[in-house]
Design a protein around this ligand. Structure first.
Ligand code: AMP
Length: 279
């Protein structure tokens, strides 16, 4: 497995693989791998001849008061984990390699990115869409792999690919959870033991809520209020949002139109997000 830091090296290596007829797969990440990342690598490995994982903590998707500086990083550990999954190539550029100091062009998705996390994290999805567009242009993958944990991100990327005609097939992988239901996240390491013990209350309430929504009709408010109360009392956290949304991340008024329940919860120093599909 190679670890490359320069865009040109990546382009050259990928070009050679493409001439050899291999399908190119990309798994964009911010590193500090857990089983969720590894599942994406396995999916990529099973579908593509060249499996490339990018590790880049992208400053433009963090707000000024957010955790860019203290986002967990461990390239040596990530390298060993990726190697064990038979990844061919890690692309781990420095910020200066990715962004010119006077970089002035962005990708702005204007609909799917507005609600949910877009409200509490202004500029976040612009940063995400821009860096993913750049990675797509550097790597020119046939397929790119994203997790359903970041459901709105997935929807934004699908939109961007459709609207800007990127010749990339976007594949989604299911959410990987701890045995007690907590969705894996690199940030979970910052939960205190007591917070960690209460954190699965988010998933449990969403799961129960999805059961309540299934087959339900009419106003979503009474159901959402009940789930809201349950999440906050089970976790001791503060909900940033709890939304009933359709496939396009648009909030629905009628329970029968709800496809997902999605939430962001502040628990101690960590902002957890999760979602559950309504069957
Ligand atoms: P990140 O490194 O957090 O930016 O995540 C990189 C990719 O892994 C994204 O496509 C995420 O949606 C995906 N991912 C993160 N956590 C999980 C999880 N628990 N289950 C499935 N995919 C995940």
């Amino acid at each position: 497995m190679r670890v490359l830091e320069k865009k040109d090296e990546v382009r050259n290596l990928v070009a050679r693989a493409r001439v050899g007829g291999r399908k190119i797969g990309l798994v964009p990440t911010m590193g500090f791998f857990h089983e969720g990342h590894l599942e994406l690598m396995r999916l990529c490995r099973s579908r593509c001849g060249l499996c490339l994982v990018s590790i880049f903590v992208n400053p433009t998707q963090f707000g000024p008061a957010e955790d860019f500086d203290r986002y967990p990083r461990d390239l040596e550990r990530d390298r060993a984990l990726a190697e064990a999954e038979s990844v061919d190539l890690i692309f781990a550029p420095a910020v200066e390699e990715m962004y010119a100091p006077d970089s002035s062009t962005v990708v702005l998705e204007n609909l799917v990115s507005r609600g949910l996390c877009g409200l509490g994290r202004p500029g976040h999805f612009q940063g995400v869409a821009t860096v993913v567009a750049k990675l797509f242009n550097i790597v020119q993958p046939d397929m790119a792999f994203f997790g359903r944990k970041d459901l709105q991100q997935l929807a934004v990327i699908r939109r961007m690919v459709r609207d800007l005609d990127f010749p990339v097939r976007v594949e989604a992988a299911p959410i990987v959870r701890e045995p007690d239901g907590l969705a894996l996240s690199s940030r979970n390491v910052y939960l205190e033991p007591e917070q960690r013990a209460r954190a699965p209350g988010l998933y449990r309430a969403l799961y129960r809520g999805a059961g309540m929504f299934s087959g339900a009709k009419g106003d979503t408010s009474p159901l959402l209020n009940e789930i809201h109360r349950e999440i906050e009392s089970a976790t001791g956290g503060r909900l940033e949002y709890l939304s009933a949304v359709d496939e396009e991340m648009e909030e629905v008024d009628d329970a029968s139109d709800c496809r997902y329940l999605a939430a962001a919860l502040h628990l101690g120093p960590v902002r957890l997000i999760d979602n559950v599909e309504v069957a």
